[in-house]
Design a protein around this ligand. Structure first.
Ligand code: ASP
Ligand code: MG
Length: 413
């Protein structure tokens, strides 16, 4: 007998039929003798609908009231899911965050879970009941409703699994696991049986939008085995995200290829090569809350140096304006930029024990005549910035170079 926290996302509870299917699945786990805590998101499209309503009423919706509004989506789905379980003779009870309670810090629309009371949930589990908990919401020290940021139900599920010391946290979604890359770009991409937290975190934050990045961080920190599965399939073991690496023999050098489409870069030429320049250039940018990703500074010559950094495409215009101002003040040269770039990354813990990984990636790009504009590396990742028009080609070439495809016959050239 195991204790599972099972989270069902918006599409998995998107209609009465889907909610019935969730209840069927949970009933099956109960019948097999397992204990289950269910976490659900709002029905698909509902949170967006509520955001639109808020925007129609107030130009910049008050964040406290926005949280009250958005939390209502999950109130509907917990009640309906609980009813569907009761209809099948499975004892169940729905809970909102303040009934559990799920305590958060007070940041509206992006709060963090600080503590979860488990007493009530434990009582239910011992009495053979299935608690059905609203994802995405919490309650702050003053009793205000807060939300965890879009996609935050994953994090609710992992936090509950950590608090209850569950055997596994299962995230049911509309894909059957984590893939070596986006199958829409590489049709022969393969589902990974397992991946480490570190790798998943890179994949998630690089745009493989399967899991809320904070939920992966949380699961890694507390060592909660996390599994991504499809709620649309009867069977299948999905992808297990764990702390354990495979045996060195089987460990692939690269586990997956991630990419981010919406990138932009800014270059400052002829900046004075003196202490404090980087901080002066980037200070105003980060003060605006703009996230700077890659930063490259050239070797200086004749007292001057060049400087390039990347930001999200949506922050490009603001960052450009700020940097032009500082560059003029410090007497730097031209500031140029490009918002038609993308970032492609090879991710794998196997890189730690293998040499030549970067060369394999660069060779694959060279063979396709793709120019690399920026390179950055970490212990488990190699990222390159390239022109956006080569994104698909680059991902396919690198995916092939590391032999990540399912089977040779499926390969599409
Ligand atoms: N319902 C929320 C959203 O749409 C939370 C979630 O789905 O995880 O962002
Ligand atoms: Mg989601």
């Amino acid at each position: 007998m195991a204790l599972y926290v099972q989270k069902f996302g918006g599409t998995s509870v998107g209609s009465v039929e889907r909610i019935q299917a969730v209840a069927e699945r949970v009933a099956g786990f109960r019948a097999a003798g397992h204990q289950v805590v269910v976490v659900v998101s709002a029905m698909s499209g509902e949170t967006n609908r509520l955001v639109d309503l808020a925007n129609a009423v107030q130009a910049e919706p008050d964040e406290r009231e926005l949280d009250v509004l958005l939390a209502s989506g999950e109130q509907v789905s917990v009640a309906l899911t609980s009813m569907a379980l009761l209809e099948r003779g499975v004892a169940a009870r729905s809970y909102l965050a303040d009934q559990v309670s799920i305590h958060t810090n007070g940041h509206h629309t992006r709060s963090r879970i600080e503590k979860i009371d488990t007493e009530r949930l434990r009582e239910d589990l011992e009495a053979g009941r299935v608690p059905v908990v609203a994802g995405f919401q919490g309650v702050d020290a003053q009793g205000n409703i807060t939300t965890l940021g879009r996609g935050g139900s994953d994090t609710t599920a992992v936090a509950l699994a950590a608090a209850l010391r569950a055997d596994e946290c299962q995230i049911y979604t509309d894909v059957d696991g984590v893939y070596t890359t986006d199958p829409r770009v590489v049709p022969s991409a393969r589902r990974l049986d397992r991946i480490t937290f570190e790798e998943m975190l890179e994949m998630a934050s690089l745009g493989a939008k399967v899991l809320h990045p904070r939920s992966v961080e949380f699961a890694g920190k507390y060592g909660i085995p996390l599994r991504v599965l499809s709620s649309f399939e009867e069977t299948g073991s999905g992808t297990l995200i764990t702390t354990e690496e495979s045996d060195a023999m089987e460990q692939p050098v690269v586990s997956g290829i991630a990419f981010a489409r919406d990138e932009a870069k800014i270059t400052i030429q002829g900046a004075p090569d003196v202490p404090g320049v980087a901080s002066k250039m980037l200070g105003p940018v980060s003060a605006e809350g703009i996230e700077v990703d890659m930063i490259v500074q050239n070797v200086g010559a004749a007292g001057q140096t060049d400087f390039t950094f990347t930001v999200k495409r949506s922050d490009y215009a603001d960052a450009m304006r700020l940097v032009r101002k500082v560059a003029a003040e410090m007497g730097a040269g031209e500031v140029t930029g490009d918002n038609r770039i993308v970032k492609v990354s090879a991710v794998g813990v196997g890189m730690r024990s293998h040499a030549g990984v970067a060369m394999r990636m660069f060779d694959a790009l060279a063979a396709e005549n793709i120019n690399i504009q920026i390179i950055s590396t970490s212990e488990i990742k190699i990222s390159v910035v390239i022109d956006e028009k080569y994104l698909e080609l680059a991902v396919r070439a690198i995916h092939q170079a590391f032999e990540l495809s399912g089977s040779a016959e499926e390969e599409i050239d």
